[in-house]
Ligand binder design. Structure first.
Ligand code: AR6
Length: 174
């Protein structure tokens, strides 16, 4: 019998978290940016960027596609790996929710293949990429409930503010 993973939400900075995997809300260049991406590279140090550059050269010359995920070292962060995923930019005219769900699913698949037990996610696409928080939280929680694989035992959403916390809390209790 497989036990369902625990899914929780906490407030804080993702770079303070201890876990096997920290998921990065990256962009397709894999070469850093603002928000979570900037914080992860700043705190994690140059080893992460070097690993991203190697991945660009070896596998992702055209960049990592939206909805895909790939792992690197976690550098100086309190984790074994960073899994970088590229969320979709919010669109008011096109439904891109399958791509957002894919970010969570693919990150969990990669984490599971790495043998991770604990995985920490930010609220992908809900910052610079403009996705409405309530909808982003609902997609995140629904997808993780369906897609968390052994040996993952805990999935933790880390959010910055009270509004984001309330959205995830609502999604978790729905
Ligand atoms: N810890 C936890 N949550 C955070 C942190 C942090 N340190 N920093 C921001 N958030 P974003 P995106 C929240 O913009 O929307 C980058 O430039 C934030 O409030 O980091 O997927 C990349 O390179 C929001 O709710 O990611 C891409 O170009 C959520 O994390 C682009 O931004 C995600 O915000 C990706 O945009």
């Amino acid at each position: 019998m497989t036990t369902r993973p625990t899914i929780i939400v906490v407030r804080g900075d993702i770079t303070d978290q201890h876990a096997d995997v920290l998921v990065n809300a990256a962009n397709s260049s894999l070469l850093g940016g603002g928000g979570v991406d900037g914080a992860i590279h700043r705190r994690g140090g140059p080893e992460i960027l070097a690993a991203c550059r190697d991945l660009r050269a070896s596998h992702y010359g055209k960049g990592l596609r939206t909805g895909q995920a790939v792992a690197t070292t976690a550098g100086r962060l309190h984790a074994e790996h960073v899994v970088h995923t590229v969320g979709p930019v919010w669109s008011g005219t096109e439904d891109r929710s399958a791509l957002l769900a894919s970010c969570y699913r693919e990150s969990l698949r990669v984490s599971s293949e790495l043998g991770a037990r604990t995985v920490v996610f930010p609220a992908i696409s809900t910052g610079i990429y403009g996705w409405p928080l309530g909808d982003g939280a609902r997609i995140a929680v629904c997808t993780v409930r369906e897609a968390a694989l052994p040996p993952i035992t805990e999935v933790r959403f880390v959010v910055f503010d009270e509004e984001a916390y309330a959205c995830f809390d609502d999604a978790l209790t729905a």
